[in-house]
Write a protein that binds this ligand. Structure first.
Ligand SMILES: *[C@@H]1O[C@H](CO)[C@@H](O)[C@H](O)[C@H]1NC(C)=O
Ligand SMILES: *[C@@H]1O[C@H](CO)[C@@H](O)[C@H](O)[C@H]1NC(C)=O
Ligand SMILES: *[C@@H]1O[C@H](CO)[C@@H](O)[C@H](O)[C@H]1NC(C)=O
Ligand SMILES: *[C@@H]1O[C@H](CO)[C@@H](O)[C@H](O)[C@H]1NC(C)=O
Ligand SMILES: *[C@@H]1O[C@H](CO)[C@@H](O)[C@H](O)[C@H]1NC(C)=O
Ligand SMILES: *[C@@H]1O[C@H](CO)[C@@H](O)[C@H](O)[C@H]1NC(C)=O
Ligand SMILES: *[C@@H]1O[C@H](CO)[C@@H](O)[C@H](O)[C@H]1NC(C)=O
Length: 632
């Protein structure tokens, strides 16, 4: 009796009715850890830098060592190279412990730019990764950067960019926190620093090259700033974009020397006027570069104080438009808005105005004045955008969003719709995801936590099902129907990313075995015999969470029975097995007009003479079978 009570309690707490789910921004498919095709590699300790080369080689930098993995042969140990600093050789120092804080690609494929810190000073140099024992050699370029760093510690994890030119190289890096001089810094021949002393936390930095007019090349950075207005109605954080000219070398000796003369900033708006919701805490950004600088897009992930997440998208055109046309906040004064060849020659009068004005009055609005692409109750932590799947005229993007429990959402964004294709659980337990990067040509997503890096196949198309309709309804740009299978091959395959309208399948030849039964594939009817007055669950596996699932009983075919959803099952509870319950049961799914029989059972009543089965025991056993763990 106690067991029975326990089970009933369980069922009333853990179950929900499917009809309550609002599928607008919820994932259509959920792939548990064991259903997700992954390869995993343990990471050598914490705080690793991860980068991926075009050939799929993965480099992880940790402390003083560089590890190169080849995921073609993941069972092989990584190639480990301890970084030898040329300076240490020269000084003949044994204990020369510089931890690597910055790694960037250079124009030379094999070479990387590296900076390391020993707690006192920072060294920067270039290293040939093809060497078996690479030595980090200072060059003229890296010496300028190193000299300009004098005494500063580069913090790991801050956004940065390495820019090479004919006569040198510059390192742009943000400094977050509440100390003085937070903001973008330029290191190199002509170092420049910010003059802000506010609390700012940077989430992204990008270069915007103006191909026909390189004097106007800009660096943009994205950050959240602590709101100084601490009123009840005000937000804790404010989201900003800031810009500087790459040509800026700071003011003359007597005013703003080595400080930005070109820096301006503007607030970002992300919200929905209709529901009067807005999002003010900027969490992460992802940039999608376009051929025309104006069309480059920034996908920004926000949160609000009510635990909602949202994604808004901005174009550099719109950002640039605010910086060139908006009045400055709180002043009638204006200042030059184009980058100048020599910022040390700016007049004192102009510099005085520059010192007073930096924030634009107008906010940067999302592209086409749109609201958020997506908002829901999930707590997302990182965003990554892939635009490489463009096919024909379709205008769409795939976004990967990491969840605070270690999951990943794969999201399709088309001109008019946002659609959460799938949720993946690549880790065996809850974890904090530190970074996500896609290797586009192999369609492998690399996700790293503190102690593991996993390679996730984001084109695991066979998982969507074995019919054309299942493949089309998935709306996965990495998959298509080739006539017999849902495959990762998207050349000459059938797909309808824009709407998921599966009627395009009607022209397809049906599979032979489908003709041989009136229902769809693999629906072997299970026969179940139950003792009188016993209890039972009939199970029907959910695949699409956007489909409606209903049960029908042959004794009463006109009244469908809605189901109770638990984990990945749509359950039908048989409370009391009586002669009326005998018959066949069919679980059907319906999604955008596509119907399919998912499960069929035939229930029979056991004759009394065959003995009694304790009903509480049946419940307990079934509950045990249904409680699935997340671990693989
Ligand atoms: C689901 O949520 C969206 C966005 O909040 C809303 O527009 C829609 O009406 C909701 N649908 C249902 C069935 O509640
Ligand atoms: C270098 O990294 C190791 C391991 O993370 C850490 O214990 C050590 O304190 C670091 N040294 C410096 C100088 O930052
Ligand atoms: C890097 O090292 C490899 C192998 O030692 C060598 O073939 C290559 O020329 C080097 N590249 C540069 C830019 O020095
Ligand atoms: C650069 O191209 C833009 C349009 O693409 C044009 O408006 C601008 O005048 C050009 N600038 C120069 C210096 O040619
Ligand atoms: C998106 O919406 C616009 C305006 O409502 C419409 O003209 C366009 O055809 C739609 N695009 C798609 C792919 O449905
Ligand atoms: C369709 O894809 C499957 C699996 O990817 C493959 O085995 C099959 O040969 C393909 N069929 C055609 C007609 O290309
Ligand atoms: C799917 O396409 C067919 C044929 O083009 C059309 O008749 C039907 O209305 C579409 N269905 C949906 C749900 O858009």
């Amino acid at each position: 009796m106690e067991f029975l009570f326990l089970c009933l309690l369980f069922s009333s707490l853990g179950f929900r009715r499917l009809t309550e789910a609002n599928s607008t921004y919820s994932p259509r498919m959920i792939f548990k850890c064991e259903e997700t095709a992954v390869k995993r590699i343990p990471l050598p300790g914490q705080n690793a830098h991860v980068r991926i080369l075009p050939n799929g080689q993965l480099d992880v930098v940790k402390g003083q060592t560089l590890y190169s993995y080849n995921f073609q042969h993941p069972q092989m140990n990584p190639v480990e190279s301890k970084v030898s600093w040329k300076k240490c050789f020269d000084r003949n120092q044994q204990a020369c412990n510089y931890n690597i804080t910055v790694v960037h690609e250079t124009q030379d494929v094999n070479k990387v730019f590296v900076c390391g810190n020993n707690g006192k000073e920072t060294l920067c140099c270039e290293m040939n990764l093809s060497d078996t024992s690479p030595i980090c050699n200072p060059t003229k370029k890296t010496e300028d950067i190193e000299r300009s760093l004098s005494g500063l510690t580069l913090k790991e994890g801050e956004p940065s960019a390495f820019v090479e030119s004919a006569d040198g190289a510059d390192l742009y890096m943000t400094f977050s926190g509440s100390q003085e001089h937070v903001g973008i810094r330029k290191f190199g021949k002509d170092p420049v620093r910010p003059h802000d002393s506010k609390e700012q936390h940077y989430v992204g930095l990008m270069l915007s090259r103006r191909s026909n007019d390189s004097l106007q090349d800009k660096v943009y950075a994205f950050y959240k700033e602590k709101n100084r207005d601490s009123g009840l109605q005000s937000d804790m954080w404010l989201p900003f974009v800031t810009q500087v000219c790459m040509a800026d070398t700071g003011g003359p000796k007597n005013k703003m020397q080595s400080s930005w003369t070109s820096q301006t900033n503007a607030k970002l708006f992300c919200g929905d006027a209709d529901s009067r919701q807005h999002f003010s805490e900027l969490v992460d950004v992802a940039t999608v570069h376009a051929n025309q600088w104006q069309d480059t897009r920034v996908y920004a992930l926000f949160r609000n104080e009510w635990g909602m997440s949202a994604v808004c998208v901005y174009t550099i055109r719109d950002i640039d438009n605010i910086f060139t046309t908006s009045p400055f906040k709180g002043t009638q004064k204006d200042r030059p808005r184009t980058c100048v060849t020599d910022s040390t020659k700016i007049s004192l009068d102009t510099l005085n105005i520059i010192a007073d004005t930096s924030e634009m009055e107008q906010w940067v609005k999302p592209v086409s004045k749109s609201g958020p692409l997506l908002f829901n109750r999930h707590k997302y932590t990182h965003i990554y955008a892939d635009s490489t799947q463009h096919k024909g005229n379709d205008n769409y993007m795939v976004l990967f969003l990491s969840l605070n429990n270690g999951g990943i959402h794969k999201v399709l964004q088309t001109e008019n719709h946002t659609f959460v294709i799938a949720e993946y659980h690549p880790f065996t337990q809850q974890t904090h995801i530190l970074s996500i990067i896609l290797h586009p040509s192999s369609r492998k997503l690399y996700v790293n936590s503190r102690d593991e890096i996993v390679q996730l196949d984001v084109a695991n198309c066979a998982k969507y099902g074995d019919s054309c309709e299942d493949c089309i309804l998935a709306r996965d740009p990495y998959c298509g129907w080739n006539g017999t299978h849902c495959t990762p091959d998207t050349q000459d395959t059938l797909q309808n990313v824009a709407t998921g309208n599966h009627t395009i399948c009607e022209a397809q030849p049906k599979k032979a075995f489908r003709h041989s039964s009136h229902t769809h594939a693999n629906n072997n009817m299970d026969s179940i015999t139950l003792p009188s007055q016993s209890k039972y669950f009939l199970q029907c596996p959910l695949s699409s969470h956007h489909a409606q699932y209903t049960w029908r009983h042959s004794g009463n075919p006109e009244s469908p029975i809605s189901c109770t959803v638990k984990d990945e099952e749509c359950l039908l509870l048989i409370h009391n097995m009586l002669p009326e319950q005998v018959g066949t049961y069919e679980c059907k799914s319906e999604e955008l007009g596509y119907e399919r029989v998912v499960a069929q059972y035939s229930l029979q009543l056991k004759s009394r003479a065959a003995g009694r089965l304790s009903s509480p025991l049946v419940w307990v056993c079934l509950m045990a079978a249904l409680i699935k763990s997340l671990t693989c």
